[in-house]
Design a protein around this ligand. Structure first.
Ligand code: PPY
Length: 340
């Protein structure tokens, strides 16, 4: 299997891939090739073209919420399925070449997610430095390590402690994140195919468009989950992109498509929403199983279904009703003439 990730090695995405490989069933880890990419979008193109078999990408972080780049790629592509999730604890260091001091810094480069999570620290501690964008935290570290001494003068990278060590940089400051304990959630996606088996502690990811021009459309959509006892762990609006005011909603719901309550919610969404894009049901990394009330248990749905089946089986077939038909013109003609 060829696994794509935002490279080079020692990015947070790479750490997520290594964590995912550790817990993956044997059949998916027999032959592993790790393929670094400079952007999620190019990795997605290669995934769709069959150049790689799976791809891992950040979808949500505990500081800023949804990762719009990933959410938009997932929403735009029909043939991608999320098969697993991973959570990485994120901590950043400020790393530079050995001869650099904090006061020398003029340029600090990193990935935009990292920039957003250390902006307070940078403002306070290196207010004179400009922030430059790198394709990843590890790319910022690698590029700094490969510069000439003159070029590297006054520069630093914000990256993981692992990346600083791997690329031989000196750590000027550690734990520079504005929110300690920050986490990023990653998803492992494959081309459309098999949905992982239900574990009892699963998540289902969807993108839906609301019923058009209807007051209360979002409420109506969310009611389909609440009336089936399904809890949501993330809901995010993303512009559809055609004109202002049109949004789709990216949703994580607790449960698996094989849970009756989740299937019933999705059936209801399918009836009312113009677009329901199923992105996958997969095991929750925290293993926390929801405890649905009895009215939302599989057996309760099955009993309700069996009850209706029994009742409908008792309905007299239309063909046996004397003089009645199936609503065809002949049946209409058979009605008595109205009194003159
Ligand atoms: O640049 C990286 O290392 C990434 O994997 C992207 C990223 C950056 C910061 C937090 C989480 C993911």
């Amino acid at each position: 299997m060829r696994y794509g990730f935002l490279g080079p090695e020692t990015t947070f995405t790479h750490q997520a891939l290594l964590q995912a490989l550790e817990v993956m069933p044997r059949e998916f880890t027999d032959t592993v090739e790790q393929v670094p990419f400079a952007a999620v979008a190019t990795a997605t193109t290669d995934l769709l073209a069959g150049e790689i078999d799976a791809l891992i990408a950040p979808i949500e972080n505990s500081v800023e919420g949804g990762v719009s780049g990933t959410l938009d790629v997932l929403a735009a592509t029909d043939s991608i399925t999320i098969v697993a999730e991973q959570i990485v604890q994120v901590t950043f260091v400020l790393a530079a070449r050995a001869e650099t001091a904090l006061d020398d810094l003029r340029v600090v480069s990193s990935h935009p997610h990292a920039q957003a999570q250390v902006q307070g620290w940078l403002r306070e501690n290196v207010p004179g430095a400009n922030v430059a964008t790198a394709s990843s935290t590890a790319a910022a570290a690698r590029d700094l390590a490969s510069m000439s001494s003159e070029e590297a003068h006054g520069r630093a990278a914000v990256c993981s402690p692992l990346a600083a060590a791997h690329f031989g940089l000196t750590v000027l400051a550690e734990q520079i994140e504005d929110n300690s304990g920050a986490q990023t959630r990653f998803v492992l996606v494959t081309r459309e195919g098999r949905i992982p088996a239900r574990t009892g502690a699963d998540k289902t990811t969807l993108v839906v468009q609301l019923p058009h021009n209807r007051s209360g459309a979002l409420l109506e959509t969310l009611e389909m989950f609440s009336s089936n006892g399904v809890n949501l762990s993330r809901i995010e609006s993303r512009p559809i992109g055609d004109f202002l005011g049109r949004y789709s909603f990216s949703i994580d719901a607790e449960g698996h498509i094989e849970d009756r309550r989740v299937a019933a919610s999705l059936r209801a969404l399918h009836r009312i929403c113009p677009v329901v894009h199923f992105l996958g049901s997969y095991p929750r990394i925290d293993g926390q199983a929801p405890e649905p009330r009895e009215e939302f248990a599989d057996a309760t749905y099955d009993q309700a279904h069996a009850w209706i089946e029994k009742l409908t089986a008792m309905v007299t077939p239309a063909s046996e009703v004397e003089g009645a038909g199936t609503g065809s013109p002949a049946a209409v003609d058979a009605r008595p003439e109205p009194d003159a």
